[in-house]
Design a protein. Sequence first.
Lengths: 323, 323
Amino acid sequence: MASGEDSLIARYFRPIATDVGAFNLDDDAAIIAPSGEDIVVTTDAIVEGVHFLADDPPDTIARKALRVNLSDLAAKGATCAGFVLTLALRNVDEAWLTAFARGLGEDAKHYGCPLLGGDTVSTPGPLMVSITAFGRVPVGKMVHRSGAKVGDRVMVTGTIGDATLGLAVLKGKLATDDAAAREMLVSRYRIPQPRNAAAMAVRAHASSAMDVSDGLAGDLTKLCAASGVSAAIDAPSIPKSDAAAGLLARGAVGVEALISGGDDYEILCTVADASADAFASEVRRAGVAVSAIGTVIAGNHPPQFLDKQGREIRLSRLSYSHF
Amino acid sequence: MASGEDSLIARYFRPIATDVGAFNLDDDAAIIAPSGEDIVVTTDAIVEGVHFLADDPPDTIARKALRVNLSDLAAKGATCAGFVLTLALRNVDEAWLTAFARGLGEDAKHYGCPLLGGDTVSTPGPLMVSITAFGRVPVGKMVHRSGAKVGDRVMVTGTIGDATLGLAVLKGKLATDDAAAREMLVSRYRIPQPRNAAAMAVRAHASSAMDVSDGLAGDLTKLCAASGVSAAIDAPSIPKSDAAAGLLARGAVGVEALISGGDDYEILCTVADASADAFASEVRRAGVAVSAIGTVIAGNHPPQFLDKQGREIRLSRLSYSHF
């Protein structure tokens, strides 16, 4: 007697809801068991045509939806506890759902973040995936945006700007003959690499942190505003992939595009000078690249991005905004 | 330097994010502090044109989005702890957002369920509101769908069928000269009345429970299936408002429409015979009407709805399904 929605859930999502608190997706709610720790809650949605493209492979849509949330948990210094999923679908396409659920299940397992529950609804409009993810930190130990201190180093994981270049490639706005570079950039757009492996180091050492989702320049501006400080950033120190560096070197893109483009999903944080080496070592030991890109300075002006001659780079926009 | 999204959040939602764990909506995540209890998690989304109508008053859209989630917490015997909101908007309409935030804030306060965080995204498609709500129960005390026992009474709060009649009125499919009845039915569709006041009684006495969201017949079928039982329901005992009873008496609708229509947001539960009176007294003391409508029986057939002659009512459909 199961309705269409119930059989859809049973078929595609029950197999990946392995946590005891998910109750096999047979109930109306899930349980997160108490551990004496704070539960960190974050929620992020992705919309077809806005955050992903209609013809993106469905497993990458699932991975992106989960990973943009995992990235927030990582930046807050939290370990993963689980997530709930809301999926708004125009119709039931079995091949699409099979691939979507496979990608979601693989990521849930890989990151140790089990599916706890969800809601599947029909929509006449674009596909939308909304995820609320849960993590744990010892009481009071969530890393905030607001703790940056004058003199702290500004650090960032991975590389910046690849995803926005990947989107430009997909939209036909950026051409490159290098097939491997093209593939890497597109992959960075479609499948973020959240830095959950670095979460414990962030918790141990960062005075402030957030993930870079809307653009390094804009997100650093938010972090500085929350902390009541500013920052001086050495633009050449901002970590770039070989592909991005190559495009930059031949003038195909400017550095502004890299630092104001979205979808990096790297951790941006500040670390006291005395802890910077220990932090960098721990992050690298976790298999994640990390770079020092500047210094927290006093002031309430937006952070300055300086070129190799020390001149301030003018940014026409800081980041992606929905409205 | 705030982006459009940030100023939207600051203007409309910060004033209602009063919980300390919301960090003034200035961070990337919220905190639910540990209490030694299980955290109950539920998520439900509503989509324009599917769960609400484009011209529904915006404050009622906000209230409905929150209340459909609160209804799940109530049915699980949980007290409210907070919620996160994902709002997908086509554009920023200040009057609409002001009314939406006002409705949301009033309900959050009324039900003691503070806004903890959220995500606001643009969409080219229909408006969508996705909420994940959190409650608390003592460890292991969440009330499941699966505990119904043969001989238990089947109980339901409030009245059944009003919301589906209200939707029929709004769609011009059901006419009534009675303006007060019309207004009451439409209000029941637009603004569910979640029975959170009855949550403690449910936790104390119910062997199984769920909220009626897709239709009494279908939801009872799910509860019976989860519990491995069936039920015999006395259809005349199903509580009806005066408006619904009037429409039924004059043949404008059939009882099938009432028990297979969605959006009731009442609590359906089973209670051991010996506890039924105590349960009913406690629920009524909390200001919520409650009725015994039948008995849990052995079997794996769908529950039977019997008319006043004891004949089984044939149902062409059990409930609303998205797919």
